[in-house]
Design a protein around this ligand. Sequence first.
Ligand code: ZN
Length: 160
Amino acid sequence: MQIANDKVVTIHYTLTNDEGDLLDSSKDQDPLAYLHGSGNIIPGLENALTGRSIGDTFNIEVAPEDGYGVRDNEMVQSVPRSAFEGVDNIEPGMQFQAQSPDGIQLVTVIDLDGDEVILDGNHPMAGFTLHFDVEVINIREATQEELDHGHVHGAGGHHH
Ligand code: ZN
């Protein structure tokens, strides 16, 4: 069986940046299961998996445009500290969920400037060229329920 749309694919992956620093890996946990063709994973990785078979291993480099996007400086903004009601200590590195016109957005505190908090709405890996080391562990047909939901159920997938 080859990887194509509507297959449930299980992979092990290691993700590093241009400097070779480890950013993420499935190796210490269950492999990642996703529904191919549904945008569950970044486009550059999903495209590279199309047509692969169980046991295939490969390395790919994914440009920011096909990964977590390019950095957008307009997504860095300053918000008064008073907007964080109920949060006692605001420190760089803290992350909050914010309501945006596109839905829930994750923002990261990058700096504090007096009574202003500087927030970055870019994905923490935006602007990164991503290097994936991938092994295809399993491929199976998706169930109708998984197709209806647009994600994988069971081991390595979504839990309800
Ligand atoms: Zn579901």
